[in-house]
Design a protein around this ligand. Structure first.
Ligand code: ATP
Length: 270
């Protein structure tokens, strides 16, 4: 399949307020993408060059994809998403063309965001069996990035759990030169994630979100969301006609979640 036809363009519907907490990273992203669009004169006055590309790195399930989507939604930008490994698997023999097509499409839809999830896949392949393919894909990506005008045009947002293996050529000034750590949610962020979730859940009065936030130190955002799903199921298991989810269901669900983020991982990112 041609990437030109396959990759869909959308304006996502993820707003900043749908993402619990993570205020610092939200602020940095607004400054990088919304400010230059809204205040071009100020950027000119201070000779600030808006970034062409941003890298979001951090442990899994902590809102990198949500952040990229919210950037597009809130700034009214078209959004094109591709996963790094797809470039090799989905368009075998046509990986470079897929990259070219992607940028062609992104420019035609500008102003737009191209989101590369799992960007590290480009690096992992280098030096491997089909390293020549990976080299060519990377070269094509660099060439396309060098050709874009910041913001008037296309902003590249890349995400990874493995910032250490990204080819440094990608991270040079004028390419992906804003590098932001998306940390696991702190207590305040977790509380906010639970607040957002329970708005859509019939809950009993005893549900104590503060306590849940305390219990979930080190959990990812995705795990906090899954606790809420699991809690509802537990209420139903007890009584399929249950009208509300109680605190004990949340607590049981929180205890049952297998945590994905380890201490070693956090030390690695720090
Ligand atoms: P990966 O590295 O695994 O791709 P990611 O960092 O891109 O993960 P997302 O895909 O953005 O993570 O988040 C996964 C899911 O977790 C979201 O769809 C959402 O349901 C939930 N989630 C994570 N963080 C938050 C948050 N801060 N507020 C609300 N929901 C969140």
């Amino acid at each position: 399949p041609s990437a030109m036809r396959e990759i869909s363009i959308e304006v996502p519907k993820v707003y900043w307020q749908d993402i619990g907490g993570q205020d610092e990273i939200k602020q940095k992203l607004k400054e990088a993408v919304e400010w230059p669009l809204k205040h071009p004169e100020a950027f000119a006055r201070f000779n600030i060059r808006p970034p062409k590309g941003l890298l979001l790195y951090g442990p899994p399930g902590c809102s990198k994809t949500l952040m990229a989507k919210a950037l597009a939604t809130e700034a009214g930008l078209n959004f094109l998403a591709v996963k790094g490994p797809e470039l090799f698997s989905k368009w075998v023999g046509e990986s470079e063309k897929a990259v070219r097509d992607l940028f062609k499409k992104a420019r035609a839809a500008s102003p737009s965001i191209v989101f590369f999830d799992e960007i590290d896949a480009l690096a992992v392949r280098r030096g491997g069996d089909d390293s020549s393919v990976a080299d060519r894909v990377l070269s094509q990506l660099l060439a396309d990035m060098d050709g874009i005008e910041p913001l008037v045009d296309v902003t590249v947002v890349a995400a990874t759990n493995r910032p250490d293996i990204i080819d440094s050529a990608l991270l040079r000034p004028g390419r992906i030169d804003r590098i932001l750590y998306v940390a696991p949610p702190d207590r305040a962020s977790r509380l906010q994630i639970f607040r957002i979730q329970v708005k859509r859940i019939a809950c009993s009065g005893d549900v104590d979100l503060e306590m849940l936030a305390d219990m979930t130190e080190g959990f990812s955002g995705a795990e906090c969301v899954s606790i809420c799903q699991e809690a509802g199921l537990r209420a139903m298991e007890e009584d399929v006609n249950a009208k509300e989810v109680s605190h004990r269901h949340f607590e049981q669900a929180a205890k049952a979640v297998t945590r994905q983020i380890t201490k070693e991982m956090i030390a690695f990112y720090d």
